[in-house]
Ligand binder design. Sequence first.
Ligand code: FES
Length: 155
Amino acid sequence: MAMNYSEKVMDHFTNPRNVGEIENASGCGTVGNAVCGDIMRVYLDIDDDGVIQDAKFKTFGCGAAIATSSMATMLVKGKTIQQALEITNKAVMEALDGLPPVKVHCSLLAEEAIHAALWDYAEKNGIHIEGLEKPVSDIGEHDHGHDLGEDEEDE
Ligand code: FES
């Protein structure tokens, strides 16, 4: 079965934006998926008004994970914390013109990594971010709905 990746996915995979680290980041979050073994780390630079000035990522993972981290970091830049929280994995996928079903979990990793970085920021500053739940470090535990193609259950 050929994987149909959109042009945008291919573009962000071959030419990812915002790769790197932010020194002394306001918030940094790392999440992984034990099932596929992919790991994503997101760094956020948040100013005193709660606006995300910069976002960078490092992803050790598949092409879709790289493309979704690239797009997710682009989408949160310039946004307030509340606006960034509204950027779901669905929004990231839509911005990439979709992902093949077996790659949906890669976009969840991107959403969760942003949340983890926001959580870290909140903890460092002793604040509560409305609507933000404590992120999990392994999204694989929450990912039973997606067949990764490794075990042959037909669902
Ligand atoms: S993040 Fe696991 S295969 Fe893409």
